[in-house]
Design a protein around this ligand. Structure first.
Ligand code: TLP
Length: 357
């Protein structure tokens, strides 16, 4: 992106398909996927299962649908999911699992790192009785969006796995950005996925595919997920046209995430050096930067000042503003963002931010 154009840091969901994706989409071999006859979808599902070391995978239209059908497969009506108070499933998915599946949300605090406290989770897992809903699944998020893109450490994942095994419950990972977690931690997708029963991951975030997410898990689990996808109207026909972009995403777009992480770090350090701006640098581990304007500033006004200068950020309520790096954000875009930020916040250790120009 030229440094004079609009700099869209609202999310990595804004990424456009690459030229290689558009070529692959145009050339995609297709069939009716509800007859399991779309060879491109089948290839994508096989590739995803292989990468994640799971028996099977299913292509779905979005991360929200992936989380929904996975939870519907783990839980019956009145069963319970344990999830974090900052989780995407709780905040941004319209309560779908409760609305459509009658699933009970047992909400526990997320630590600033995105972890759920293991003692706390152990204390609230419960078996069905005449009174209690039965806990069927613990839902975790890696990387953790509202916690600023934090990566769940492997030691933590293994301890959670041991707890879940001991208590007979499943683990679902909302791995919308699990590729960022793998690149940042140096652990393979299969190592990460081995600690959980199911993973939902997005092709349409940092990997830049236009549409699509996948759910991976055991063959039997994915068959149930397939039925749930049908029930919510998510089964598709010649979906190979979009799956083709997903294959390019998996094959060509994972390694470059390291560049997004380096840029996010530079952005975070630059913002942290401005008067009164607060960034918890320990949470800036991948491509997300959450920062708070100087105390007393109006967050909406700060966001508007960036927008007036051609820079889009998203709001995370009282947590601050969020900027997300992705492949359309180059070094010049980071320079310009920092330049604008220094003008917005210049000398503003407190009080309302001023316009940038
Ligand atoms: N997140 C979006 C917004 O909804 C906040 C974003 O811009 O980050 N899990 C996680 C952790 C996500 O961050 C998202 C999207 C989803 C699931 C849902 O994916 P989609 O948008 O494909 O339904």
């Amino acid at each position: 992106m030229p440094s004079t154009g609009l700099i869209d840091l609202r999310s990595d969901t804004v990424t456009h398909p690459t030229d290689a994706m558009r070529r692959a989409m145009a050339a995609a071999e297709v069939g009716d996927d509800q007859y399991r006859e779309d060879p491109t979808v089948t290839r994508l599902e096989e590739r995803a299962a292989e990468l994640f070391g799971k028996e099977a995978a299913l292509f779905v239209s979005s991360g929200t649908m992936g989380n929904l059908v996975a939870l519907l497969a783990h839980c019956g009506r009145g069963d319970e999911v344990i999830l974090g108070d900052q989780s995407h499933i709780l905040w941004y998915e319209g309560g779908g699992a409760a609305a459509l599946g009658g699933i009970v949300f047992n909400v526990r605090p997320n630590a600033p790192t995105g972890e759920l406290d293991l003692d706390d989770v152990g204390a609230v897992v419960r078996s069905a009785t005449e009174d209690f809903p039965a806990t069927k699944v613990i839902a975790i998020e890696d990387t953790h969006n509202r916690c600023g893109g934090t990566v769940l450490p492997m030691g933590y994942l293994r301890r959670l796995r041991a707890l879940a095994d001991e208590r007979g419950v499943a683990i679902h990972m909302d791995g919308a950005r699990v590729f960022n977690a793998a690149v940042a931690s140096g652990h393979s997708l299969a190592e990460i996925a081995a600690t959980v029963d199911s993973v939902q991951f997005c092709l349409s975030k940092g990997l830049a595919a236009p549409v699509g997410s996948m759910v991976t898990g055991s063959r039997a689990f994915i068959e149930t997920v397939r039925l749930r996808r049908k029930q919510v109207g998510g089964a598709m026909r010649q979906a190979g046209v979009i799956a083709a972009a997903g294959l390019v995403a998996l094959d060509e777009m994972r390694d470059r995430l390291v560049d997004d992480h380096a840029r996010a770090r530079r952005l975070a350090e630059g913002l942290a050096s401005l008067p009164g701006v607060t960034v918890d640098l320990s949470t800036v581990q991948t491509n997300i930067v959450v920062f708070r304007p100087p105390a007393g500033s109006d967050f909406a006004a700060a966001s508007a000042a960036f927008r007036d200068a051609g820079i889009l950020a998203s709001g995370f309520g009282t947590r601050g503003l969020r900027m997300v790096t992705h492949y359309q954000i180059d070094d010049a875009a980071i320079d310009r963002t920092l330049d604008v930020a220094s003008r917005i916040f210049a000398g503003r250790a407190s009080g309302r931010p001023v316009a940038a120009h």
